[in-house]
Design a protein around this ligand. Structure first.
Ligand code: CO
Length: 463
């Protein structure tokens, strides 16, 4: 039996360990090798990479995609897309979602892994539909979480719903690394029974469960897993590609990976890792095993956000109270999976409830929008008293929120004018307006400098 391996070093490994600060020039020399390793796919775009390119790395994310595609000719490129949110935190109108998917496909993206934080699949159906129209691979996600209302039957029903949407495969996304080996076994077994399409598993090493969870998932018939080349594995990243490959082959599974090429890839990234440690981009803390997530059932990233938030308000001594309040807020909100943006919303609300000395005395505009139904259908019942208190009689939206949004692409294209050179620029601007605008201005400036330079150079030569 074959187990498909997706390499995450360029996206999730990069994002989880060094906050997505790896510039294209750092990994350009190894792209051809990555293409020769035998991976099922190379996750290299989407998630936080897009924002990071524009904000920190002075790179055009679309250009990055084209350049990767130019060197990775055989292995499928994969991206992570947050459904109707695309890569941001709010809902975009359908025309923007369609344009984004179409341009990503036309620029070389092969596999679109699409998720919604609430597992409300009305929020991924347009992205899935456009992916299918573009002839690309649509992978629908189930965000994994544990709660009194999440059980095997519920996950099976989600799998069936995704299959009906027409996706080519399903990915169970354990963003917090809290799925244990037995849970993985049971879940994969259940899904493999109820759907015909391949089932993939995505987890993180954060709590140390990752490699065990993958092994049991594969035993249960899991079709593919996500791993990171060893120097960028472990801790908050994925389990190591080489170790999983070794163990899987020993157990009689095929992976299609070439160990010699993997070694060369790892040797390359090892030198990069040394650089990132030296410059402080890579913090030792994220490389270790952090089991608090198992105790508190909150993702590691959310825990560090909470600590930072409390420290900033000189209230770190209230951390235990906030951690006790967190599951209560989550229950009030109908047990949303703690993935972005829900993890931030729940965390901030729990801290506010504790620090204000009264629950829901203050509510963020995001939580208010959530209660109004703008993020979609909550997995469980939202506390009716909370809705009454916050919305004060305002109506809750039960339809698909994006249906209420006006098309935005053509209007924005006119608005931004010549600063955008193509439709891709317009999409960057829609996703991150201020950040993209600053990037466009820097780009103009850089080019005008280059022009001046070449004129001067020419004069010197003529003289
Ligand atoms: Co992840």
């Amino acid at each position: 039996m074959k187990v498909k391996i997706t390499e995450t070093v360029l996206r999730d490994g990069n994002q989880s360990l060094i906050a997505t600060r790896m510039p294209f020039s750092d990994f350009e020399p190894i792209l051809e090798k990555l293409d020769q390793a035998g991976y099922h796919s190379l996750e290299c775009w989407g998630g936080a990479t897009f924002d990071s390119c524009l904000r920190y790395l002075d790179e055009d994310p679309w250009e990055r995609l084209r350049r990767i595609k130019a060197k990775v000719k055989n292995t499928k490129l994969q991206m992570l897309l947050r459904g109707q949110n695309i890569l941001g935190y709010k809902h975009y109108p359908d025309d923007v979602v369609r344009k984004f998917v179409a341009h990503a496909a036309q620029n070389g993206m092969d596999i679109f892994r699409i998720f919604d934080a609430l597992n409300d699949f009305r929020n991924i159906e347009v992205a899935v539909d456009e992916t299918l129209k573009q002839g690309a691979h649509a992978q629908g996600c189930i965000c994994y979480t544990t709660s009194p209302i999440h059980n095997l039957e519920k996950y099976e029903a989600m799998g069936i719903e995704l299959e009906k949407l027409g996706v080519h495969s399903i990915c169970i996304k354990d963003m917090a690394g809290i799925m244990g080996p037995q849970e993985a076994y049971d879940l994969i077994k259940a899904l493999k029974k109820s759907v015909k399409i391949p089932v993939f598993l995505h987890t993180h090493s954060t709590t140390g469960l990752g490699p065990m969870t993958y092994m049991k998932a594969v035993e249960a018939g899991c079709d593919g897993i996500d791993t990171a080349i060893s120097s960028f594995s472990g801790g908050t990243s994925q389990p190591a590609t080489e170790s999983l490959n070794y163990a899987l082959k020993q157990m009689g599974f095929e992976t299609g990976l070439n160990e010699k090429v993997l070694k060369e890839i790892n040797d390359f990234f090892k030198t990069k890792k040394t650089d990132y440690i030296a410059s402080g981009i890579l913090d030792a803390f994220v490389m270790g095993t952090e089991t608090d997530a198992l105790v508190y059932q909150v993702p590691g990233g959310m825990l560090s956000n909470l600590i930072a938030q409390l420290k900033a308000q000189n209230s770190i001594n209230r951390l235990d109270e906030v951690l006790e309040e967190t599951p209560r807020v989550r229950k009030d909100l109908g047990y949303p999976p703690l993935v972005t943006p829900m993890s931030q919303m729940v965390g901030v609300q729990a801290a506010t409830n504790v620090l204000a000395g009264e629950r829901y005395k203050m509510v963020s505009k995001e939580v208010r929008a959530y209660l109004k139904g703008e993020y979609g259908q909550a997995p469980g019942e939202v506390d009716p008293e909370l809705i009454a208190k916050v919305l004060e009689g305002e109506e809750v939206i039960t339809g698909r929120f994006a249906d209420t949004l006006e098309p935005a692409f053509d209007r924005t294209k006119k608005e931004i004018g010549s600063l955008a050179r193509n439709d891709e620029d317009v999409l960057s601007y829609i996703a991150f307006p201020q950040v993209a605008e600053k990037y466009f201005l820097r780009r103009e400036e850089k080019e005008s400098r280059t022009v001046t330079y070449s004129i001067i150079k020419k004069e010197v030569e003529t003289v």
